[in-house]
Write a protein that binds this ligand. Structure first.
Ligand code: ADP
Ligand code: MG
Length: 273
């Protein structure tokens, strides 16, 4: 078990869904940016060997020093991996392709499920980590040891969901995983919320899946939906979050609205605690 975190520690959210291409990385980048834009101090941890969150924030493979692989393997502290981005208030712990090997290398390692949780706890107590208010973890498209490390380190899971035919099956699978992690690894893990991504109001199937998901999970589904928007998909090739690439586009505006919903819920949660 990770030790109890002090009250001043950041809210740690794993952005997870075992399906690829559902908007995890896009959500991790743009929600982090939107949170930083309103004055939060945010760390985005790239835990996907593809490193798309790192590239999307303009940190090319050549510019990456210490990566999350070296943090999980125990060679470096998280502090050494954390680098500033062009966005004030947003730091990044980048990933590299070597992260794909961590799975096998850690198979018999001590505290293999808690490598990230341990690193984050140490980071929160460090000078660099002090005052951090949000940590977002961009997970790979699998329920591998990497995702388990994210779920062990997180306080809550944010699930991006694309409203398509198999969405509900995918959703029950990740919910089962959260339940398993909660019973065995991280009893405090909560569902932060489900965010509907690449939403297309003109599509009947989208609307039907949205109705089903809302009926099933009710207020765990964010009111904000992220529309399918070509500006969002163009932004990463410019090494920028959509919010910097085109602030006025509907996708950027939706992520700003999502950030305000996240902050609102966070305030309510703190009040209730
Ligand atoms: P994941 O991290 O779950 O694999 P990504 O965030 O990388 O998914 O998104 C998959 C692809 O869909 C990317 O090419 C991305 O640019 C695109 N995409 C994500 N969200 C949107 C959106 N709202 N509108 C249009 N394209 C999107
Ligand atoms: Mg991704």
């Amino acid at each position: 078990m990770p030790a109890n975190r002090p009250a001043s520690s950041p809210r740690i959210l794993a952005v997870a869904n075992q399906k690829g291409g559902v908007g995890k990385t896009t959500t991790a980048i743009n929600l982090s940016t939107a949170l930083a834009a309103v004055g939060e101090k945010v760390l985005l941890i790239d835990l996907d060997p593809q490193g798309n969150a790192s590239t999307g924030l303009g940190i090319s493979a050549a510019d990456r020093g210490v990566t999350t692989y070296e943090v999980l393997s125990g060679d470096y502290r998280l502090e050494a991996a954390v680098t500033e981005t062009d966005i004030p208030g947003l730091c990044l712990a980048p990933a590299g392709v070597d992260l794909a090997g961590a799975e096998i290398e850690l198979i018999e390692a001590d505290r293999r499920h808690f490598r990230l949780a341990d690193a984050l706890e140490e980071f929160s107590a460090s000078e660099k980590g002090a005052g951090m208010t949000y940590v977002l973890i961009d997970c790979p498209p699998s329920l591998s040891l990497l995702t388990i490390n994210a779920l062990a380190a997180a306080q809550a899971v944010m699930i991006p969901l694309q409203c398509e035919f198999f969405a509900l099956e995918g959703l029950s699978q990740i919910m089962r995983t959260i339940e398993t992690v909660r019973t065995r690894i991280n009893t405090a893990l909560e569902l932060q919320g489900v965010v509907l991504t690449m939403h297309d109001r003109r599509n009947n199937l989208t609307n039907q899946v949205e109705d089903d998901v809302r009926a099933h999970l009710q207020d765990k589904v964010y009111r904000t939906v992220i529309p399918r928007n070509v500006r969002i998909s163009e932004a990463p090739s410019h090494g920028k979050p959509a919010l910097l690439y085109d602030l006025k586009c509907p996708g950027s505006q939706a992520y700003i609205q999502l950030a305000s919903e996240v902050i609102q819920r966070e305030r309510q949660r703190q009040k209730a605690a």
